[in-house]
Design a protein around this ligand. Structure first.
Ligand code: ATP
Ligand code: MG
Length: 603
């Protein structure tokens, strides 16, 4: 089955970090140790639990070896009461430690999820280009859940079982050395079995983490692509693909459960073997009267005390294994530093005039495939530059670079003569208003989305912004006006409405520089007209770079740049470029001309 499922592993992102078990454990426990007080309380409760468990067999021996033969009813009564008291205290301490443990574990998980989320927010664009969102989602949910089972599911409690084992091992030697050796004779067998099974388990659990990640990633993609799937009638194929991934997840879990299901009975069997040895050797000495029956029972009880923790540890081992496999994945994201970070001496970009210059910029997304080569461009404050060019020419790339979503390979990009690598990303992004080719809206109302870039904007300011864009009546005519829910990614709005929301959002934020990546698809004439007007309002008084697909936008620009394979091949105004009869002319004839008839502002 491993062969058949190999593609699933292949589209998993590369494992960037290697972790040892001890480093994982140390780090996970570190999360618990953030809650020192709870941790201390838990340790006290667990310690008392252990002490009580070790005391109980001695009380039993007192009853058997002393109280029964003496026939002292009163003494027997006291011994019985002590035994009952021990049980009540055991109950209370176990209850207390269980509760404290889960509280601590849940707090740790909360903290870890917060950290992971904040880290993801810092990651650069290239990380998101590489990593499927469903896979990231899987780490925030599935993987964290597994870690939660580990941290909240009695880590301290289980860890304490190790102390029970050690304590019991020591105590039995104080009672009877020979029988203690007999009792522990089976321990080497246990050790060897544990090591053997353990090796197989880790590999198996690692695989389960990957398969569930594939299931989640596929699910996330299916949901976003539901419409495309339907339109191509590909439900069957998508269904088969999902079934395949789901099946691989099923199989990997079954595979993982095999060694772990084997482990539990094996430990129990070895424990039984221990009892057999105690009955035989102890029995011989009992008959030879060198051992009391109370001591024999004490040893049988301690055998139970010794192997029960083993079983608990064993049982917990599954949780440990999957938590380790999960935490490798979570930590590897946390340990992946964003490729773009603020310089240590980064300054606030401050109040700018809006002078932009690209100087001899070269950039590639992937090795040996340069997108921009020796690209230079100077834009005066307040100027509007339109960039046109074939698809894939590098227009959006220019937008990405100015926003420093990626770092350039050589050259420099400056705003008001300051290199953008020297200013804080936060201030850079506040200075630049970005209207994306495909505007993204967040779940919420239209008003929420417009307010996104300036959360303290008043109702009146919002309305004024939409008024300036010319979209006020469009929004007011929706069912709930400005309070209309836009749905996930704004899918409950039309494309034109989405663009108008993103224009209003940019205008309200009032940036000095505006970068607008015009949508490629055409919209109905009426909305198109509103959008043209909105765009003009948006551009007014700012330095603007507009990646233009519409003739009307191009005509209103101060300068037109024609981009071809990452190079500026022509530059000038519309009449200048038309007169030249070069690339722009043919581009115009090919791409813009047919639109003239649709564009109400043209001609
Ligand atoms: N994240 C990325 N990783 C790798 N290559 C990319 C990435 N984004 C874009 N490219 C490549 O870089 C080139 C320029 O892309 P860009 O998005 O800048 O084109 P564009 O001019 O905006 O095109 P369009 O008019 O279709 O929007 C293309 O060949 C594209 O395949
Ligand atoms: Mg583009």
């Amino acid at each position: 089955m491993a062969e058949a499922a190999s593609p699933i592993i292949e589209d998993e992102e590369e494992r960037t970090h290697e972790y040892t078990d001890s480093s994982l454990l140390k780090r996970l426990v570190g999360y618990l140790l953030a809650y020192r007080k709870l941790f201390a309380i838990d340790v006290i409760l667990v310690a008392s639990d252990i002490a009580l468990a070790i005391a109980a067999p001695f009380v039993l021996r007192q009853a058997i070896d002393v109280d029964f033969p003496s026939g002292d009813l009163q003494a027997l009564g006291v011994t019985s009461l002590i035994y009952a008291a021990l049980q009540i205290l055991t109950w209370l301490s176990a209850y207390g430690s269980g509760y404290v443990m889960s509280m601590m574990g849940q707090s740790a998980v909360y903290k870890m999820r917060q950290e992971l989320y904040q880290h993801l927010q810092r990651m650069s664009q290239d990380f998101y280009d590489r990593t499927a969102s469903g896979r990231i989602l899987s780490r925030l949910t599935n993987d964290i859940d597994k870690i939660s089972e580990f941290l909240a599911g009695g880590l301290v409690d289980t860890f304490a079982q190790l102390f029970v084992v050690v304590a019991v091992g020591i105590v039995i030697f104080t009672v009877d050395v020979q029988l203690a050796f007999v009792s522990l004779a089976v321990v080497p067998i246990l050790a060897v079995t544990t090591v053997l099974i353990r090796i197989r388990m880790r590999a198996a659990y690692r695989r389960t983490r990957k398969t569930i990640s594939s299931v989640t990633a596929n699910l996330a993609e299916s949901i976003s692509g539901a419409k495309v799937t339907k339109s191509f009638a590909r439900e069957d194929v998508s269904g088969e693909r999902f079934a395949e991934l789901n099946k691989a997840d099923y199989q990997s879990n079954v595979d993982a459960s095999r060694p772990s299901s084997l482990f539990f009975p094996v430990v129990r069997f070895i424990g039984g073997l221990g009892v057999f040895l105690i009955i035989w050797f102890g029995g011989v000495r009992l008959i030879g009267e060198t051992l009391t029956i109370g001591t024999l029972i004490l040893f049988i009880q301690f055998n139970d005390q010794f192997f029960r923790p083993m079983l608990i540890i064993t049982n917990f081992y599954n949780t440990v294994q999957s938590a380790f496999a999960a935490s490798e994945r979570v930590f590897s994201i946390m340990d992946t530093e964003p490729t773009i970070t603020d310089a240590t001496d980064a300054v606030d970009i401050g109040n700018i005039k809006g002078h932009i210059s690209f100087d001899d910029v070269t950039f590639q997304y992937v090795e040996n495939r340069p997108v921009l080569v020796n690209f230079s461009l100077d834009i005066r404050p307040g100027e509007t530059v339109a960039i046109v060019g074939d698809t894939g020419a590098g227009k959006t790339t220019i937008v990405n670079l100015l926003n420093r979503f990626y770092d350039i390979n050589s050259g420099s990009i400056k705003i008001d003569d300051v290199d953008i690598r020297r200013v804080s990303q936060k201030s850079l992004h506040s200075a630049i208003g970005l209207v994306l080719q495909d505007p993204f809206l967040f779940q919420g109302t239209i008003k929420d989305n417009i307010r996104y870039g300036r959360s303290n904007a008043t109702e009146e300011e919002i309305i004024r912004a939409t008024e300036a864009i010319g979209a006020r009546t469009v929004f007011e005519n929706l069912e709930h006006g400005f309070d209309t829910q836009v749905g996930e990614r704004g899918l409950r709005l039309s494309e034109g409405e989405r663009q108008l929301v993103s224009f209003s959002r940019a205008l309200l934020a009032n940036p000095k520089i505006l970068v607008l990546d015009e949508a490629t698809s055409s919209i109905d004439i009426f909305t198109e007209h509103i959008i043209q007007r909105g765009m003009k309002a948006l551009i007014r008084g700012r330095t603007s770079i507009v990646v233009a697909h519409r003739l009307s936008t191009i005509l209103s620009a101060d300068r037109i740049l024609v981009l071809d394979k990452g190079r500026i091949v022509e530059s000038g105004t519309h009449p200048e470029l038309m007169a030249k009869g070069g690339v722009y002319y043919s581009l115009y004839e090919l791409q813009m001309r047919p639109r003239v008839a649709h564009s109400p502002t043209a001609g």
